[in-house]
Design a protein around this ligand. Structure first.
Ligand code: HEC
Ligand code: HEC
Ligand code: HEC
Ligand code: HEC
Length: 369
């Protein structure tokens, strides 16, 4: 009997300790995303939060450079996108780019010993496109990145290729005649759900005409199933994309939607509008900047079907609903938040040549006058 009693006491003590241990873990934090009572709430595990904070630190900026001095365009031989910077600002940016993209390899990840002016390495050519792409995002996509802006670090985080990129995914081989629609493949693209594994090639690239015809609006607007032209398969494509949204931002659907009416913009949170602009920004990055590099990228930088590695929501967000937890990225690098040549287009090389030419022409005219 005594033994039983002492065993009981030990049992109670163990249970008590477990209970206390549980109490030591702080409870999840609830953040309200919509009107009270609509259930638009997100729960955050404090452990996961402190991990996120540790993973999203921004490196200290390079020391500022005194203004003035000759322009890079006048001193250097082959500058197409950064010509307007002073030599000091230019060098400061090169040092920062090295820290963001190739800290291990240094300047020669893009440059060759023969001279900084040569475009021998494809990485230098990609970097030029990337500079133009980053400037475009900050100048023209304020509706999405406004308030914080982006630099190379937002995506690269000290790596040659950002951790989260995508290329067209053919899925698993399957017998002829079987339409799998890329489903039931454990794929990170669909956040490991059974939904189609590659909604990106559908929604995150391709021209506007193609985009118009895609299944975007799929939810029924009426209680009874009449008047809704979308079928289940179409719904699964956007659902897959939505899984990616949630996964990349570390949120659930209620960050953007009131789930009683997924379709209704009036009942959605403003974040959904941000996301709407985000879709378009990402599509432009892939269409106008990255895809045109396909011809001269080495094979090892391409996906299984030969297309380049591209941007999706995770490329910048990396699990945080504001990349790098909302840190302002452009205050210290204003040259990445404006065009340092005429507005760049796809072929920044040609564009810069044209800009240089027209500048010469204008000079000529002034001289003639
Ligand atoms: C990730 C690629 C990358 C890295 C790393 C890099 N650069 Fe550059 N560098 C470029 C690009 C792109 C240009 C051309 C910019 C333009 O067209 O406006 C350039 C141009 C230059 C030029 C002008 C050369 C000329 O005469 O045209 C100099 C000088 C230079 N870089 C120095 C450096 C130094 C020093 C480092 C290391 C601290 C460095 N770069 C690291 C991509 C890089
Ligand atoms: C929106 C995300 C994003 C931003 C911002 C970004 N990059 Fe990239 N970067 C990518 C993706 C995606 C790739 C892979 C595509 C490719 O290889 O062309 C890439 C590839 C590269 C590569 C090729 C590396 C290799 O080993 O093949 C270089 C160099 C590079 N980026 C430099 C830069 C520089 C410099 C900046 C800032 C001016 C920058 N990137 C900003 C997404 C980004
Ligand atoms: C980051 C914001 C965001 C998150 C998170 C999000 N969505 Fe969406 N959702 C959107 C946007 C933006 C659209 C509209 C796309 C368009 O029509 O241009 C949309 C559209 C939809 C639609 C189509 C609505 C219609 O008009 O038919 C459905 C259904 C949907 N989302 C479901 C979900 C589900 C389920 C989740 C969670 C797994 C989710 N969404 C998470 C932003 C989000
Ligand atoms: C080029 C980098 C980049 C890419 C790619 C990107 N975003 Fe963003 N996103 C940002 C930045 C920067 C902000 C602004 C953060 C701030 O205001 O502090 C932001 C903000 C948001 C917000 C508002 C978050 C909040 O709660 O304040 C949503 C929602 C969002 N993005 C969704 C998306 C979706 C969905 C995609 C993919 C279609 C996407 N983003 C792709 C950089 C990016």
């Amino acid at each position: 009997m005594k033994i039983f009693n002492s065993l009981k006491a030990v049992g109670l003590m163990v249970a008590g300790c477990l209970f206390l241990a549980a109490c030591e873990n702080p409870p999840p934090e609830a953040v309200q995303r919509g009107y009270r009572g609509v259930g638009q709430e997100l729960l955050y595990n404090p452990d996961a939060l402190s991990e996120a904070i540790a993973n999203n630190q921004v490196p200290a900026p390079q020391p500022p450079i005194p203004a003035g001095g000759p322009k890079a365009g006048d001193i250097y031989e082959n500058v197409e996108v950064l010509g307007d910077l002073s030599v000091g600002e230019f060098t400061r940016l090169m040092v920062a780019i090295t820290e963001w993209v190739s800290p291990e390899e240094g300047c020669n990840y893009c440059h060759v010993d023969e001279g900084f002016q040569y475009d021998t390495k494809y990485t230098k050519k990609v970097a030029r496109v990337m500079i133009a792409m980053t400037q475009k995002a900050n100048v023209a996509w304020g509706d999405h990145v406004g308030g914080a802006g982006v630099t190379c670090y937002t995506c690269h985080r000290g790596q040659n290729i950002p951790e989260y990129v995508w290329a067209t995914d053919p899925g698993r081989p399957h017998p002829p005649g079987v339409m799998t629609a890329g489903q039931n493949i454990a794929s990170v693209n669909a956040a490991y759900s059974s939904l189609p594994n590659d909604s990106f090639s559908l929604y995150l690239e391709g021209d506007e005409e193609k985009a118009k015809d895609l299944p975007w609006r799929v939810a029924g607007r009426t209680a009874l199933p009449n008047g809704n032209a979308a079928n289940v398969k179409e719904t699964e494509w956007i659902y897959s994309l939505m899984m990616h949204f949630s996964d990349s931002l570390g949120v659930n659907c209620t960050h953007c939607h009131n789930t009683r009416a997924f379709y209704d913009w009036e009942q959605s949170s403003p974040e959904r509008v941000r996301a709407w602009h985000g879709i378009r920004m990402v599509r432009e990055m892939n269409n106008d900047y990255i895809n045109p590099t396909t011809d001269w990228l080495p094979d090892h930088r391409k996906g299984p079907l030969g297309d380049p590695l591209k941007v999706n929501c995770a490329t910048c967000h990396q699990g945080a609903y504001q990349p790098l937890l909302g840190a302002n990225m452009v205050n210290d690098y204003p040259n990445l938040a404006k065009y340092t040549v005429a507005a760049p287009t796809t072929d920044v090389g040609e564009e810069a040549e044209a800009a240089a030419e027209s500048e010469e022409n204008t000079e000529g005219m002034t001289a003639g006058n």
